[in-house]
Write a protein that binds this ligand. Structure first.
Ligand code: PGA
Length: 252
């Protein structure tokens, strides 16, 4: 399966900073990378990205993504960004259910499932994040938690489930420098793979990517696991040299 490396810039961007980062990425990336590469950027910069990519042909193969999407199609939802709006800017991906949104914005499994549904309705691939907290891991509840989170999305999206990407992101590994060991991550990915297979005959094509302190040093080991199909990269995506070396590891 073609690997997917998706950057999650989170709330880190500026017009000048984006220009510098995209220029550096353009200088180092193959114009047709042998894996899928996406940048999930803050919504206000979508237009800047589109304009810059037209000037930087080396980035033509890099897909655009958002970090969130509304659970509603349109209307009186102040501050929300709809899937149709993301589609207007050519977004191919939208992260849904990131743990920072579950934690700081109270997003429930049902809301995350509705967001995935909105993205799919516009032909945008939702990158559905699941992952346990440290307390849940310590209590031996990892499998139960990730399966519950994914089940809500499977239930709401039925036969479309083969069109999603799943990101396993243990909450305790995000931004902490603590990475799940390749074996621990693989074990959870295998559980998610089996859950998807039971839900849809076409689910074998669903990419299950890992996120949580993936960096240039640990990417190859994680990506070598049979059920780890790529990475969702936060901190290390903000430095071109680090992100490019993760992309090289995935494209190898
Ligand atoms: P991190 O973030 O790579 O900085 O741990 C990953 C994520 O939250 O998507």
């Amino acid at each position: 399966m073609t690997a997917l490396i998706a950057a999650n810039w989170k709330m880190n961007a500026s017009l000048a900073g984006n220009e510098a980062l995209l220029s550096a990425l353009a200088a180092g990336i193959a114009s047709k990378p042998a894996c899928d590469v996406a940048l999930c950027i803050p919504a206000p910069y979508l237009a800047q990205f589109v304009a810059l990519v037209s000037q930087l042909p080396a980035l033509a193969g890099v897909a655009l993504g958002a970090q969130d999407v509304s659970s509603q199609p349109s209307g009186a939802f102040t501050g929300e960004v709809s899937a149709a709006m993301l589609k207007d800017f050519g977004c191919r991906y939208a992260i849904v259910g990131h743990s920072e949104r579950r934690q700081y914005h109270g997003e429930t499994d049902a809301l995350v499932a509705a967001k995935a549904q909105q993205a799919l309705a516009q032909g945008i691939t939702p990158i559905v994040c699941v992952g346990e907290t440290l307390a849940e891991r310590d209590a031996g509840r990892t499998t139960e938690v990730v399966k519950r989170q994914l089940a809500a999305v499977i239930q709401a999206n039925g036969h479309c489930i083969s069109e999603i990407v799943v990101a396993y992101e243990p909450v305790w590994a995000i931004g902490t420098g603590k990475t799940a060991s390749p074996q621990d991550a693989q074990a959870v990915h295998a559980v998610l793979r089996a859950q998807l297979a039971a839900a849809s005959a076409n689910a074998s094509r669903v990419k299950i990517i890992y996120g949580g302190s993936m960096n240039a040093a640990n990417a190859a080991m994680l990506l070598a696991q049979p059920d780890i199909d790529g990475g969702l990269v936060g901190g290390a995506s903000l430095k071109a040299i680090d992100f490019l070396s993760i992309v090289s590891a995935a494209c190898a």
